[in-house]
Design a protein around this ligand. Structure first.
Ligand SMILES: Cc1cc2nc3c(=O)[nH]c(=O)nc-3n(C[C@H](O)[C@H](O)[C@H](O)COP(=O)(O)OP(=O)(O)OC[C@H]3O[C@@H](n4cnc5c(N)ncnc54)[C@H](O)[C@@H]3O)c2cc1C
Length: 557
């Protein structure tokens, strides 16, 4: 889209609470002066506080998200993945579109709102076996997994396997952990009547928290109430004990206890976003250090907010976490509005304002129509708090259509049975692709995404180095392969592959291919030799501008 000549280009990367509310306020406050564009990996905004409800099938997954194009109608919205930022050239590199070609987007002002990642590396086995609770896919996966456990437990004759399938463990008892365990327990208890071979006493729920109490951001008496409520509903609350390691069949706790389980939900381990970590910015506690105005010191026109940013609330914050904005939706929304005002002020030659906001309180649902609320210093628990929780999140949910859908679903849920349909939606990591003569399989400049084996037909690879004039060409037939250099490089394609006749290729995604090769040394050795034999020294010469990267083989534990 063309950029208006005299308008400043503001690029917002990340379409969560921080990015969306900043973009909305920028549009309002900077109308006519700013050209605002928001880039997000998905074309929707995820209302994270409702994810546990999606996991519990209380609401449909589409009801916890709002299309960004509807939410930000007057702005440019781009569905793309941010791959890098050049702070000197003031450009953001994104990969977008059907062909996944990298594109550089220029900016005058850049707002980083990418949220956080999950880092569970400290707990052996947890990264491989735990389910996380960060986005829509996670919630959907958990729901499918829990229903799958009930299906399998209903038919198994093995008592040990049944015990594992019916042990549900949630690690971390902040509001996302508490709400997740409460909601999944509610789903299971409502669903059990359809599983005649499972007795309710066989199902066990555990909430594990390393601190000595749950809900650390709530007053102690509300945390106590919540613990009692959860225990009353059959959830074993274990505090003061952490998770040590995990396998596909059990979780080991720091006191040596082993809990048989096939379901571990980890709501702990908030770590830096992998891209944020690689940007060379000054990070503290895995978050981008900003000044009180949310500017990133030393980087012209760069701002950060939301979970990704460490925003001081006082002039000399030191090491006290209470002196920084907490990682909540409530703060991200206020930061977004304030940050927009500061960008408009900076462009207009005025002084920006330091970010200041005092929390209005917190709410957490405990399932079974109970909740705890600490709002404006008033502490509530029970059904009244639960009604407040529902009313608050309904009003907070952006967009009238989303509010209506969620409101109606909640009403229907009070009279309808839970939806226990198990829909598997993970995309296949390998697939057959049909090509017609002349079709391009890939071309220079495309992101390297996987490995190809020829099933039918023939294909020609050509690599041209415009700097040296060198030319490489090779044809492939059934049983042969190409694209194996994903093992040693994950930058951009340097070659062009064209189908010479109609045919079929088997495609295997990069991650799965490198994992498989790593686990199978004979295969890895074969490919290394093949690359050397086929491309030899020419490999580097034929890769102008590409960055060799440590292969996954070297970087994995
Ligand atoms: C289960 C759960 C329940 C919660 N409940 C509450 C609650 O009750 N109250 C409360 O105040 N807070 C709650 N929170 C916390 C709150 O949701 C977060 O603090 C808030 O979402 C942070 O907003 P953000 O914009 O910084 O990040 P996010 O909302 O995480 O948004 C980041 C965005 O960046 C996009 N992105 C990331 N990487 C890329 C990339 N490379 N390219 C393009 N786009 C990218 C993501 O797709 C996402 O849209 C909860 C969180 C969870 C997980």
């Amino acid at each position: 889209m063309a950029q208006s000549a005299n308008k400043k280009k503001v690029l917002v990367i990340g379409g969560g609470f921080g990015g969306v509310f900043a973009a909305k306020a920028l549009e309002r406050q900077g109308r006519g002066k700013l050209d605002v564009e928001l880039v997000n990996a998905n074309n929707y905004f995820v209302f994270q506080p409702l994810l546990p409800e999606v996991a519990a099938a209380s609401i449909h997954s589409a009801d916890a998200v709002v299309p960004l194009r509807q939410l930000l109608r007057r702005l440019q919205v781009r569905q793309a993945e941010v791959m890098g930022i050049d702070f000197t050239k003031k450009t953001v590199t994104v990969v977008q579109g059907a062909r996944r070609v990298p594109v550089d987007l220029p900016y005058d002002e850049l707002v980083i709102a990418l949220g956080t990642g999950v880092d569970l590396k400290r707990f052996p086995g947890l990264p491989e076996h735990a389910l996380t609770m960060k986005d829509l896919a996670d919630a959907h996966r958990l729901r499918t997994h829990v229903i799958g456990c009930l299906e399998a437990a209903d038919v198994t004759r093995d008592a040990d396997v049944k015990k594992q399938l019916l042990g549900f463990v949630t690690v971390g008892a902040g509001f996302s952990g508490v709400e997740t365990v409460a909601e999944t327990r509610e789903l299971v208890s409502h669903a059990l009547k359809y599983y005649p071979n499972i007795h309710p006493d066989e199902v066990r729920f555990y909430l594990i928290e390393y601190a000595d109490r749950i809900l650390p951001t709530f007053p102690a008496e509300l945390a106590e109430y919540a613990t009692e409520r959860l225990e009353k509903s059959g959830i074993e609350v274990i505090t003061g004990i952490g998770t040590k390691s995990a396998t596909g069949t059990a979780v080991e706790l720091t006191d040596g206890r082993e809990i048989p389980t096939s379901t571990i939900v980890a709501t702990i381990g908030n770590g830096p976003h992998s891209l944020v970590e690689a940007l060379g910015l000054d990070l503290h506690w895995g978050r981008i250090k900003t000044d009180r105005f949310m500017q990133v010191p030393g980087f012209d026109g760069v701002w950060a907010l939301g979970d990704a940013a460490l925003i001081p609330l006082v002039d000399e914050p030191g090491e006290d976490p209470a002196h920084y904005a907490p990682q909540t939706a409530q703060f991200a929304v206020r930061e977004g509005r304030q940050l927009a005002g500061n960008i408009v002020a900076r462009i207009g030659g005025k002084d920006p304002k330091p970010f200041a906001y005092t929390s209005r309180g917190s709410l957490a649902s405990l399932g079974m129509s109970k909740a705890v609320a600490d709002v404006y210093g008033i502490k509530l628990s029970g059904t009244l708090a639960w009604l407040l929780w529902r009313g608050f999140y309904l009003s907070f949910l952006p967009g009238f259509a989303a509010k209506l859908r969620v409101g109606v679903t909640w009403l229907l849920n009070s009279v309808m049975p839970p939806n226990i349909v198990q829909i598997q939606s993970a995309p296949p990591s390998s697939r057959y692709i049909h090509y017609r003569k002349g079709d391009k399989v890939f071309e220079p400049g495309m992101l390297i995404d996987g490995f190809y084996t020829v099933i039918k037909g023939s294909y020609r690879l050509t690599i041209d180095n415009p700097e040296t004039g060198e030319h490489f060409e090779k044809a492939f037939g059934p049983g042969e392969h190409f694209g194996e250099r994903v093992l040693v490089r994950s930058a951009l394609r340097t070659g062009l592959v064209v189908a010479l006749e109609d045919g079929i290729l088997l495609f295997i995604a990069q991650k799965d291919f490198t994992r498989f090769a790593r686990a199978f040394p004979v295969l890895e050795e074969y490919f290394k030799e093949y690359i050397e034999r086929t491309f030899g020294g020419a490999d580097k010469a034929f890769a102008p501008g590409s960055t060799d990267r440590k292969s996954e083989l070297e970087t994995l534990p």
